[in-house]
Design a protein. Structure first.
Length: 161
């Protein structure tokens, strides 16, 4: 199954800095993945120590009308400062998910690439998926611009995990 959303942004900060905003610090990730009440509402690391294969994150997300939907994502592959993949292992609502973040060092900083998919979990999910894909594409583009601004303008991050 392919991805529903693929976007890239160039960030003038090293991959280690971008990694802290996108993987290691859920509070920072929640900042850029929330746009005026849409997107990620809550995000929490459910482990101790470093993020690794099998680590889980729990959160809520709001894309369209209605209440935020709870989910639990599990890391399926991780290469620190380069790549993380995950899949949804528990979700409210009609859609599941999986995705990746890829970080590529560049001359000026980092090329950050996000891929997301929302497979339907039931009949309602098959109806909702095209709407979520459309709204999600618009939101992700804005989220990546917010990530770029936050990373480039903010003080160096320290890993909370």
């Amino acid at each position: 199954m392919g991805y529903d959303i693929e976007e890239t942004v160039e960030i003038e900060s090293p991959p280690e800095e971008v990694w802290l905003w996108t993987v290691e610090d859920p509070s920072r990730e929640q900042q850029w993945r929330n746009l005026d009440g849409k997107g990620v509402q809550e995000l929490e690391f459910l482990g101790e120590g470093n993020v690794e294969d099998g680590s889980r994150f729990q959160g809520t997300v709001k894309v369209g009308p209605g209440e935020p939907q709870r989910y639990v994502n599990e890391v399926t592959k991780i290469e620190p400062y380069r790549h993380i993949s995950w899949k949804t292992v528990d979700a409210e609502g009609a859609l599941g998910g999986y995705g990746t973040y890829e970080l590529e060092p560049t001359e000026k900083g980092t090329r950050f690439h996000i891929r997301l998919a929302y497979p339907p979990l039931n009949f309602l999910g098959r109806i909702q998926r095209p709407i979520v894909r459309l709204l999600g594409r618009r939101m992700i583009s804005k989220m990546l611009q917010k990530l770029k601004r936050l990373v480039e303008e903010g003080p160096p991050a320290e890993s909370p995990i």
